[in-house]
Design a protein around this ligand. Structure first.
Ligand code: SAH
Length: 252
């Protein structure tokens, strides 16, 4: 069975193996029955973030009960490129948007970062995680982006190991053609691991700029002549990265 033959794709935490019976949560039951209008005997795809993708048959789907029988693995586990997104969070809807789109783009870690001019003081991790799961279901990726706790830029930078290339999206370099992200990436050897850094609506402070300017293994890049909103900038940077270094060139 090809993957497109599945009428629905669900993330289910827990063990997946032939013969296991899965009870989807209430939201998933509603989705299967009322949104997708599936019935007993229909096939769905299941994944848990670590064991690849599995084919399951709907054993029962009613008002009170729903159970899925796991049949066979249809795809082995495959990791997304080792790419982190560090970003100064924005207000609710656009924050959801960033988590969702970054997951769709194959980001492995999503890390809200408090910079000097960041306007947001609290971040709801559960909401970000729900967005990451929904995006994985949607895009057929097999792993789930990890959501890290909101932390100050200094701590986040300390936690980025030296061998992880830091890609600093710098609004002050916007109009510098020689810093164009795609040309900078093309001229630099492919990194095994990387982290993209996006600032807040207020941009980076002078202090942050001098820290980033001095950092080893850091590429300063421009995302074109226009100043993008942070959510657009995140997607633009992820797109450039994935198309040059990431998993776009070797799609299987
Ligand atoms: N208020 C700032 C803009 C901040 S935009 C100003 O007017 O200068 C929010 C973040 O998006 C920036 O910190 C940067 O990380 C990224 N960004 C937006 N446009 C960019 C561009 N053209 N090049 C590089 N980074 C950009």
């Amino acid at each position: 069975m090809t993957r497109t033959a599945f009428k629905a794709r669900l993330y289910v935490p827990g063990n997946l193996a032939t013969g296991v019976s899965i009870i989807p949560d209430k939201g998933q039951q509603h989705y299967l029955a009322s949104v997708m209008r599936l019935v007993t005997g229909d096939m769905v795809a299941l994944f848990n973030g670590v064991d690849g993708e599995w084919q399951a048959t709907i054993q029962s789907l009613g008002r009170r009960s729903c159970s899925l029988d796991v049949m066979a693995q249809t795809r082995p586990q495959r990791a997304s490129p080792d790419l982190w997104l560090l970003f100064a969070p924005v207000k609710k809807a656009r924050l959801d948007f960033i988590a969702q789109k970054a997951s769709e783009m194959g980001t492995s870690v999503i890390w809200p970062t408090r910079t000097d001019f960041c306007q947001v003081t609290r971040v709801n991790d559960d909401r970000l995680a729900a967005n990451a799961i929904e995006a994985a279901e949607q895009t057929e990726r097999l792993d789930i982006a990890e959501i890290r706790d909101f932390a100050p830029l200094g701590d986040v930078l300390d936690a980025v190991p030296e061998d992880r290339l830091l890609i600093w999206c710098d609004e002050a370099s916007a109009a510098k053609g020689d810093l164009n992200a795609v040309s900078v990436f093309a001229a630099h050897p492919k990194p095994q691991r990387a982290a993209i850094l996006i600032g807040p609506e207020g941009g980076f402070s002078e202090n942050e700029r001098s820290i980033l300017d001095q950092r080893e293994n850091c590429l300063k890049v421009s995302l074109g002549p226009r100043i993008l909103r942070a959510d657009t900038a995140a997607i633009a940077a992820l797109t450039c990265f994935q198309s040059v270094y990431g998993d776009w060139p070797n799609i299987t």
